[in-house]
Design a protein around this ligand. Structure first.
Ligand code: ADP
Ligand code: MG
Length: 226
C-alpha cells in the first residue's frame, strides 16, 4: 500500500514536471530556430556552414515534435479536471488539425452524438485525440489523400470514440507494437504519440480496439465507461 502511495506521488511529480518542461523548452526552441533561420539567409556563409545551420534547424524541429507529441497539453492535473461529454475537446482538436489535414489532401468527416458525461483531464484528452488524428492523417499522406472519419457517440453507458482512416494500415505485428516507447516507422517519428494515447485511455478506465489491414486502413475504437 505504501509502495502504491509513493508510486502515485511520483506520477504526479512527473506530470507537473512535464507541464513546466514543455513551457520552458518551447520558448528557447522557438527563439533559437528563429535566429538560425535568419543566419541561414546570410550570403557570406560557406556551403559547409550552411549545412551545419540546416542540420541544427532539423534537430530543433525534432525536439519540437517530441514536445508536441507528448507535452503540448500537459498541465498540472488538478487544474484540468472537468465533468463533461468531450464535445468541446473533440471539436477544438478537430479544428486544430484541419490545416494539417488540408496540407496532406485529407478530408475530415466529424460527427458528434454523445450526451454522457465523464470526469477527465481536459488537456490529456485533447492531446490523445490530436495524436490519433495526426496518425490517421499521416497514414494517408502517401496514398495521396483520403478521408479521416471521426465519430463520437454513446453506446449503453460508454462514450465511444471511433477514428478511421483509409491509409497504409498495419500488420498484426505492427499493431502489437503500438504504444511501446519510441516505436515508430516514420523517418521523423517520435514513437511517443501512441504511448500517450494508451496511458490517457488507461487513466479513464477505457479500452482501445485496433482494426487494421495493411494497404486498406485503420480504425481505432475507444470505449470509455461512464
Ligand atoms: P509516430 O507517429 O511518431 O511514429 P506514434 O506513437 O504516434 O509515433 O505511432 C507509432 C507507430 O504506429 C507509427 O510510426 C505507425 O507505424 C503506427 N501507426 C499509428 N497509427 C497508425 C495509423 N492510423 N495507420 C497506420 N499506422 C499507424
Ligand atoms: Mg504519431
Amino acid at each position: 500500500n505504501r509502495e502504491r502511495i509513493v508510486q502515485s506521488e511520483r506520477l504526479n511529480v512527473v506530470s507537473e514536471l512535464a507541464a513546466s518542461v514543455s513551457h520552458e523548452i518551447r520558448n528557447p526552441l522557438t527563439v533559437t530556430s528563429g535566429f538560425l533561420q535568419l543566419l541561414n539567409k546570410s550570403k557570406t556563409m560557406t556551403p559547409e556552414e550552411k549545412g551545419f545551420v540546416e542540420l541544427s534547424l532539423q534537430e530543433l524541429q525534432r525536439a519540437e515534435k517530441i514536445v508536441s507529441d507528448y507535452l503540448s497539453f500537459a498541465k498540472p492535473q488538478s487544474e484540468n479536471m472537468v465533468y463533461s461529454n468531450m464535445k468541446a475537446e473533440s471539436e477544438y482538436t478537430k479544428n486544430i488539425i484541419m490545416p494539417y489535414a488540408t496540407m496532406h489532401k485529407v478530408d475530415v468527416q466529424f460527427s458528434f452524438n454523445n450526451s454522457l458525461n465523464k470526469n477527465y483531464d481536459r488537456n490529456q484528452i485533447q492531446q490523445c485525440l490530436i495524436n490519433l488524428y495526426k496518425n490517421g492523417i499521416e497514414a494517408m499522406k502517401e496514398t495521396d489523400g483520403g478521408t479521416l472519419f471521426i465519430d463520437i457517440f454513446e453506446k449503453k453507458q460508454n462514450i465511444m470514440i471511433s477514428i478511421k482512416d483509409n491509409g497504409v494500415g498495419m500488420t498484426k505485428d505492427e499493431i502489437s507494437r503500438l504504444g511501446k516507447p519510441y516505436y515508430s516507422t516514420k523517418a521523423e517519428g517520435t514513437g511517443l504519440g501512441m504511448l500517450m494515447v494508451y496511458s490517457t485511455v488507461d487513466k479513464v478506465k477505457g479500452t482501445i480496439e485496433v482494426d487494421s489491414e495493411k494497404g486498406k486502413g485503420t480504425t481505432f475504437l475507444i470505449t470509455i465507461p461512464t
